[in-house]
Write a protein of this length. Structure first.
Length: 240
């Protein structure tokens, strides 16, 4: 990921011009799709620090799928309006769920990282969490990603109505300060660990105390590569 510096006036001007188009192409600065392409240039000592866990992640109250007894846990930091997060949802998560989550090998936990230039990301995060009160979190999670291009035109409320959620209860929950606080807590946690790209995953052994630590992986890694990382960690856990 290219990270800007302030070394020259020309470079600053270029960044300003790029910022004017941040609604679409600007997402490339903070969202990743991992490919075999050459590594990006990383200029200057002023670049932001690489993501690194300063403390353990806190998992209590976060949406999850899979068994708490699974040996491996994946924590996802994701943005519902991020096209690379949608790509992960479409191309990786179904196989991950089938082969690892449903078989008891992996527990998958979601954390929200709505990026500031995605106007619909924070409301979508709140709506998904509120859908959890109707025991339908992952259904809303999937519906939002499936209709991501419709977020701007019909809004997350329109998507919820089409999925026959209790709209009145959902709207009331979305307006609660406690709901907003949960999303903001995820944002603060990501900032603490310099996690800025979406999606970002933290993959490591499952703990029983509600905390998590592991390897940080940035970008919607293609399934064969993602699978290889999981198998490597699972094999390490099985060693005597």
């Amino acid at each position: 990921m290219l990270r800007p510096t302030r070394t020259t006036l020309l470079y600053s001007t270029a960044l300003l011009l790029l910022g004017l188009g941040i609604g679409s192409s600007g997402t490339l600065l903070v969202q990743k799709w991992t490919t075999p392409a050459a590594a990006p240039e990383r200029p200057g000592p002023e670049e932001p620090a690489e993501p690194k866990l300063a403390t353990d992640l806190l998992l209590q109250g976060e949406p999850r799928m899979g068994s708490d007894a699974a040996p491996l846990t994946i924590v996802e930091f994701s943005d519902f309006e991020c096209p690379y997060c949608k790509r992960f949802h479409e191309q990786v998560l179904p196989q991950l769920k089938k082969d690892y989550v449903d078989t008891g090998l992996v527990r998958f936990v979601h954390k929200d990282l709505p990026l500031p230039f995605h106007q619909n990301a924070a409301p979508a995060a709140a709506a998904a969490r509120c859908a959890g009160e109707q025991n339908r979190y992952w259904e809303m999670y999937g519906a939002i990603f499936d209709q991501q291009t419709c977020l701007a035109c019909k809004g997350v409320s329109g998507i919820a109505e089409e999925q026959a959620f209790n709209s009145e209860a959902l709207q009331a929950c979305m307006q609660r300060e406690s709901t907003k606080a949960m999303v903001n807590a995820n944002l603060s946690e990501a900032e603490l660990h310099n996690i800025r790209a979406t999606p970002t995953f933290v993959i490591g052994p499952t703990r029983s105390d509600g905390s998590h630590r592991g390897e940080i992986v940035e970008g919607a890694v293609p399934w064969p590569q993602f699978k290889a990382m999981l198998d490597k960690q699972l094999q390490a856990l099985n060693k005597p």
